[in-house]
Design a protein around this ligand. Structure first.
Ligand SMILES: Nc1ncnc2c1ncn2[C@@H]1O[C@H](COP(=O)(O)OP(=O)(O)OP(=O)(O)O)[C@@H](O)[C@H]1O
Length: 211
């Protein structure tokens, strides 16, 4: 089945049950995950991507386009994740940050450089390849981080409050950009958010965690 299936997922911290989820996210659909602080929203994303911290245990299966990814290391799952703190590598240039994400199958320095330049154009930052990430504005960093995630050619996107630090205008722009990309590429999206407006803009189903 196409899309992202979280099948009978149950996560416990020690003996204490934290999350129980059973959902299917269709290609291009955004599932918003809401709930109070500490209810396990980030933990759910960690389980899907395969970075659950020690002390947590999970049962159930994650299927991506019919492929069982539970049990695979994070780098083999083909799932992109974007965090609230954009986490660009500070010791790499903007172009270096993007090149880092390119699939190894794209061979040749020239071809890789051209792909990076095309990506920068797509996010309205042509000629930014040599810039130090520290010299970018918040919105520019957010766009680079988003593009870095997309260049890795993921089959699903996980977004952990990626818009919450942006001002209202940028927030609308970046949000629209991510959702449009997800729709165009038919990527299922899990969006963790505190903000009803994010869920409304996403237009998809909403699940609530915790009390
Ligand atoms: N690395 C960790 N080790 C131990 N406990 C953790 C760890 N990370 C999170 N927790 C605990 O697991 C529970 C769920 O945390 P999680 O970060 O998933 O919640 P959240 O809903 O994303 O919260 P927030 O909205 O504040 O980001 C919390 O009680 C938290 O303290």
């Amino acid at each position: 089945m196409k899309g992202l299936r979280l099948q009978d997922i149950a996560i416990a911290r020690g003996a204490e049950p934290l999350i129980a989820v059973d959902v299917h996210v269709a290609p291009g659909e955004v599932l918003s995950v809401m709930g109070p602080s500490g209810s396990g929203k980030s933990t759910l994303l960690a389980a899907v991507i395969g970075t659950l911290p020690p002390g947590f245990a999970m049962t159930g299966r994650v299927l991506l386009n019919g492929r069982k990814v539970t049990g695979l290391p994070p780098e083999d799952r083909r799932i992109g994740i974007l965090y609230q703190d954009e986490l660009l590598f500070p010791h790499l240039s903007v172009g270096g940050n993007l090149a880092f994400a390119l699939p190894r199958s794209l061979r040749g320095r020239k071809a890789r450089r051209a792909r990076v330049e095309a990506a920068l154009e797509e996010i309205g930052l042509p000629g930014f390849a040599k810039r130090d990430p520290a010299t970018l504005s918040g919105g520019q960093k957010a766009r680079v981080a988003l593009m870095r995630m997309l260049l890795a050619e993921p089959e699903a996107l996980l977004l952990d409050e990626p818009f919450s630090r942006l001002d209202a205008t940028l927030r609308d722009q970046i949000r629209a950009l991510v959702f449009a990309r997800a729709r165009d590429r038919g990527l299922p999206v899990l969006l963790v958010t505190h903000d009803r407006a994010d869920a409304e803009a996403a237009g998809g189903p909403v699940i609530g965690l915790g009390a």
